[in-house]
Each structure stands twice: as C-alpha cells, then as structure tokens.
Design a protein. Structure first.
Length: 64
C-alpha cells in the first residue's frame, strides 16, 4: 500500500468492491474484515498486493 500511487486508485477501489461481492457470495456480508498486510513486520509473506477476507467468527474486543 505504501507504494500505491494515484494511478492505482481505480484498481484499489475495484478490489474493495470485489471483496464485498465475494463476502455476499460466501454468505458473510453481515460481518467480515478485509486485511492488507504491508511489509514483513506486518505479516506480509507474499510481496504483491492481495487482500485477506476474514469472516465466520465473532471477533473479540481486543481484535477490534
């Protein structure tokens, strides 16, 4: 995300919309998170932009 430019805003917005569509398809649209890890210290192990869609469990207050 740090390397994103104004030219990337269309694809970044598209990714967010697709995440919502996928959440609907999976039946989790009422409660999900979209995660982007940026950098090794943030847990990124695959060094290209991709999203993680987390759902299916209730998140505790400490995870918010």
């Amino acid at each position: 995300m740090v390397d994103a430019t104004l030219e990337d805003q269309h694809i970044l917005g598209h990714l967010m919309l697709k995440a919502g569509e996928i959440a609907e398809e999976l039946g989790v649209a009422d409660a999900f998170r979209v995660i982007v890890n940026n950098g090794a210290n943030a847990g990124q192990t695959v060094f290209h932009l991709h999203l993680h869609l987390l759902a299916g469990q209730t998140f505790s207050e400490g995870m918010v």
